[in-house]
Design a protein around this ligand. Structure first.
Ligand SMILES: Nc1ncnc2c1ncn2[C@@H]1O[C@H](COP(=O)(O)OP(=O)(O)OP(=O)(O)O)[C@@H](O)[C@H]1O
Length: 765
């Protein structure tokens, strides 16, 4: 085989209605590829449907791939939306299920295409924000006989677990299947929305919760498959017909070669998981297209199970494959393109998800009646004409004709009965749904009761806590008071010490003054022996009161001078005008000596007294100091104890405050949870009431219809004379088509306002 021969893929696939549509988008070279001096390895055909990969490998010729559309790197977000996604969104608005999937190598532009780098940027926003606009504009422009309910859900599949991105605490949701809903994710949050902003809000919230990581190829790489779903239900308020379409917008995680992306540890686990679920997706597509497989391995991964209807089932599906144009990524690009070509061959069976309305059934019946009437008139005219021209109507011809008529009518009857049967079946399903809803309500009620009980418990715990807190607060106040008392005691002790210190100082000052007084005694006139004794004593005093020596000296000199002068005066006064004799002088001196000796003794005893006072005071001072030290010590100890006590109390208080806050938050959460659940229960009750009302109404209508059918049957079998269909015919209204008008359309805001979808009720009798 010539390996350099050019190859073509996808061009001979016949255009088949229902096949998965595949478009391909190439992004521009990114900075990393430019830095590597990489060159594009692809050329784009002028028809907008072809891409040619020019291989860098010698033994590989150019490979041409054909798709429904090929978007080159210059394509805008808007052109991709208009060309690839919008037709699917429009189908959903007609009541089909739709899926748009992005598939490609990591960093090839899946998220860029699906969401866009900035949802608020008019040019840069991706498919999801643009789709939202299409949906709400359509609703705005519809006839006001159509009522819509739009709800969205957002989840991701990460490491084979389904996580609700609108309530991320729900992180391991299950997949289930039933007749009414098909394949669905159990307990996935579905929010009713009434405008674009609400959808954007939910999207932004979901994106924040999405698992995103770093690979060598993409800093913000999506490590999970993200599934955004939007369900549009519409009811015609005139004929009560209803239809609903569900749109899945799936941004798959990027396939990658782990060696190239440098994945390790957690990233490696993620990569292995992503690659595993993507290869299951490849296997599902292979099994659906190889024409031999009897088993399609939908259940081998969560992704393929959720997408079961989108691949080979009831859905219009668009696959957008995203690629890098760089030669560095040639192998991955070729593999992605081959995947796309394979997927093109998947055949789906999309159908409008429609509910027959009673009015539509009535219309069918009236059409049948009209046909019978026409034929009756014609038979009567023919019989009359035949008899007029002399003919007779053989009994067997009449019998044959009647047989044929009866056969045709029986077929019509069987068709109508078939429809009725299928409607009955739907009703049975509806009844089952109602029963399961009732069961759900009883579960909610039980949960509600539990929550109420929990709430009561929490309340009583809260009360206990408040009580304990009050107690602690009281204790804290007591401790504070105690603290203040000890402080006041300390202060008064300090004051006492101060008073003692002051009095000590005062005493010291007094002693000093007395010492000074002593030092003022004149010694010149004291007899020598006495004088020497006195001087000795004064000397001793001088030594004892060393600090006062200088003062003493100064005052001594001063006193000496003064005393000298006074003695001179005294002497001059005593002996004025006379020259004293020796005896008189000796007597005078003796008297003076005696008076000085007495004074000196007095002074000495005074000094002794003061000395003892000083000693006493010094003792007192020492005592006070000891008491003061003791008090200081006690005070420091008490202070420390109190400090510790206050610290402990503060710590306790802090802990209690935290627990109080936690309990408070729990209490609030439980309250809001209860409110939400109560709201849901009310919504469900309301819905059930409405459904029951409609079921009763429809049961009556079906009974009416049945009666009419019986009459019709009777007419067909000739059991009654006049066909009652004529009378019924005048009452049947024509069905009214919705859409096309410009009047404003009511949008359903919540479960309570959810339009009643027409569900025929089985005859309960
Ligand atoms: N068509 C484009 N035009 C301009 N920039 C683009 C285009 N496609 C992708 N990019 C940019 O390339 C980078 C990677 O794109 P994106 O995150 O969409 O890749 P991805 O396929 O989702 O990757 P992963 O699988 O790792 O999540 C982003 O910075 C994005 O803005």
């Amino acid at each position: 085989m010539d390996r350099t021969r050019s190859m073509k893929f996808g061009d001979d696939e016949p255009e088949t209605k229902g096949n998965v549509t595949v478009v391909c988008r190439f992004r521009p070279l990114n900075q990393k590829e430019k830095d590597m001096n990489d060159k594009p390895c692809v050329d784009f055909g002028s028809d907008g449907k072809t891409v040619v990969v020019k291989s860098q490998y010698e033994n590989q010729g150019p490979q041409t791939f054909n798709f429904d559309i090929v978007f080159n790197p210059d394509s805008t977000q808007n052109s991709v939306y208009e060309g690839a996604a919008k037709p699917i969104v429009e189908s959903v608005l007609e009541g089909f299920n739709g899926t748009v999937l992005t598939y490609g190598q990591t960093s090839s532009g899946k998220t860029h295409t699906m969401t866009g780098p900035d949802m608020d940027d008019i040019n840069q926003k991706g498919i999801i924000p643009r789709m939202v606009k299409t949906v709400f504009s359509h609703i705005e422009n519809c006839d006001d006989t159509l009522e819509f309910a739009v709800k969205v859900a957002y989840c991701e599949i990460y490491l084979e677990k389904i996580r609700d991105l609108l309530k991320p605490e729900k992180n391991n949701l299950k997949i289930s299947e039933d007749k009414a809903r098909g394949i669905y994710i159990v307990d996935l949050t579905e929010e009713y929305v009434s405008n674009e902003d609400e959808v954007y809000g939910l999207m932004k919230m979901g994106q924040k919760n999405r698992e995103v990581g770093f690979t060598n190829m993409n800093e913000g790489s999506s490590r999970s498959h993200a599934i955004f779903s939007l369900t549009v239900s519409q009811t015609n308020t005139r004929d009560l017909s209803a239809k609903s379409g569900k749109l899945y917008l799936v941004d798959l995680a990027g396939s990658e070669k782990v060696g190239k992306t440098g994945a390790e540890g957690k990233r490696l686990d993620e990569a292995k998981n992503i690659n595993k679920s993507l290869s299951t997706l490849g296997l599902v597509i292979f099994s659906l297209t190889d024409g031999k497989s009897t088993h399609v391995p939908y259940r081998d991964s969560k992704l393929t199970r959720v997408l079961q209807d989108s691949l080979g089932g009831n859905s219009k599906t668009m696959l957008i494959i995203t690629c890098s144009p760089a030669s560095y990524n040639e192998a991955e690009t070729v593999s992605t393109l081959r995947f796309g070509i394979r997927a093109k061959a998947v055949k789906n069976k999309p159908k409008v998800n429609k509910e027959y309305s009673v009015a539509e059934l009535k219309l069918l019946l009236s059409q049948a009646n009209e046909l019978i009437n026409k034929k009756d008139t014609r038979i009567i005219w023919l019989e009359k004409h035949f008899i007029e021209i002399g003919g007779t109507i053989p009994a067997d011809i009449e019998g044959e004709e009647l047989k044929e008529e009866t056969l045709a009518s029986t077929q019509e009857y069987q068709e109508v009965m078939g429809i009725l049967e299928s409607e009955k079946q739907k009703l049975v399903d509806e009844m089952e749904l109602t029963a399961s809803l009732k069961q759900e309500i009883s579960i909610y009620n039980a949960k509600n009761d539990n929550l109420l009980r929990e709430n009561e418990n929490l309340n009583s715990k809260l009360m206990d806590l408040i009580f304990t807190m009050n107690e602690i607060e009281d204790k804290l106040n007591d401790s504070k008071e105690e603290c203040l008392k000890v402080k006041a005691k300390g202060e008064s002790q300090e004051k006492q010490i101060k008073v003692l210190e002051d009095s000590l100082k005062f005493q010291e000052r007094k002693i000093e003054e007395q010492n000074q007084e002593i030092s003022r005694i004149p010694i010149e006139f004291i007899p020598v022996a006495e004088k020497e004794h006195l001087l000795k004593e004064i000397k001793e005093l001088k030594i004892r009161y060393n600090a006062q020596e200088e003062i003493l000296k100064a005052s001594y000199t001063k006193i000496l001078d003064e005393t000298n002068e006074s003695f001179k005066d005294k002497f001059a006064e005593k002996f004025s005008g006379n020259t004293p004799n020796f005896q008189e002088m000796a007597h005078f001196l003796e008297l003076e000596r005696e008076s000085w000796t007495t004074e000196h003794k007095n002074l000495l005893s005074d000094l002794e007294n003061k000395k003892s006072i000083i000693e006493e005071l010094e003792n007192d001072k020492e005592q006070s100091r000891l008491v003061y030290e003791e008090l200081e010590k006690n005070r420091a100890e008490n202070d420390q104890k109190l400090k510790d006590k206050v610290n402990n109390l503060e710590k306790n208080l802090e802990q209690l405050t935290v627990s109080y806050q936690v309990l408070g938050t729990k209490y609030q959460n439980s309250k809001s949870e209860i409110k939400i659940r109560e709201g849901k229960i009310l919504q469900c009750r309301d819905k059930i009431n409405k459904m029951e009302k409609i079921m009763r109404k429809q049961a009556e209508e079906i009974n009416e219809l049945k009666a009419k059918l019986e009459q019709l049957e009777a007419v067909k079998t000739g059991k009654t004379g006049e066909p009652t269909g004529r009378a019924g015919h005048a009452k049947i209204k024509k069905g009214i088509k919705g859409g096309g008008g410009n009047s404003r359309v009511r949008c359903i805001l919540n479960m309570n306002d959810y339009p009643v979808v027409n569900k025929p009720t089985p005859n309960l009798d």
